[in-house]
Design a protein around this ligand. Sequence first.
Ligand SMILES: Nc1ncnc2c1ncn2[C@@H]1O[C@H](COP(=O)(O)OP(=O)(O)OP(=O)(O)O)[C@@H](O)[C@H]1O
Ligand SMILES: [Mg+2]
Length: 282
Amino acid sequence: MEGDALAKGGRNGAAGGTTPEWTSDPSPLLDVQGVTLQYKTRHHLVTATCRVSFQVRRGDRFVLLGPSGCGKSTLLKGVGGFLKPVEGAIRLAGREIDAPGPDRMMVFQEFDQLLPWKTVRHNVMFPLLASGRLGRADAEIRAMKYIVKVGLEAFADAYPHALSGGMKQRVAIARAMAMEPEMLLMDEPYAALDALTRRKMQQELLRLWQDTHFTALFVTHSIEEAIIIGTRILVLSPHPGRVRAELNSVTQGVGSPEFAALQARIEDLVFAGHAVEEEPHA
Ligand SMILES: Nc1ncnc2c1ncn2[C@@H]1O[C@H](COP(=O)(O)OP(=O)(O)OP(=O)(O)O)[C@@H](O)[C@H]1O
Ligand SMILES: [Mg+2]
């Protein structure tokens, strides 16, 4: 089975080498430096993250891991350009992020992120047309390329209401990938799926990555998912989120001693509140 093969070997291409072979550029694609993000409500000032720093290189599957309320989604909003840091800076390819842009595409947890009145094909085409990136004919070719990649070609003319939750998430991923963004921002895209579908989708994402080597910033509060998906894992403390550790993931799959050891180490960090530690890129 393909999923098992992926889980057993060669899964985390970036975790095993020095400089990844698909990029010769050693400078970070995303540079988050000392970022504090806050929400101002009528009566309160909520500090969601406090002086968070990390760097994402091209081809990384970089995971933000931490308990509910630690500011993972807030960090994605910051990188997405929806929220400005009150302290620190977020740079993409050297430029400070000051607004949302088609170079960063979001995939959310909710199944209802598709336009219900458009078919799968037209949902995937929509941002390509709305951003003016491609004309109709090219947008359709590009959309179908990514619909095929997520295995939904038979459903290209179906409407979202006829799809399962997992299929809707596949369409959302195809739609984001079709824009060929600098970075995919994924906010717990599998959290609402059943365990089996979730595992299948994780393996599918890794297969897509083998195919296109996209760069992803992936949020989860599942330690297991973080290790399966990630090449790098940033462990955040509870509210307000601070960096507790930045770790390399392992190439071995679930059930291996390496996987279990990393899982235990992260559990210890999450639950025992250890001090900050950082590993150099593998
Ligand atoms: N729009 C908002 N206005 C005010 N406070 C907010 C807003 N959104 C989030 N917060 C607060 O910011 C903090 C971080 O929230 P955030 O949604 O980033 O956490 P999270 O790590 O994504 O949690 P979860 O795993 O539950 O999704 C929380 O204390 C939350 O209550
Ligand atoms: Mg969240």
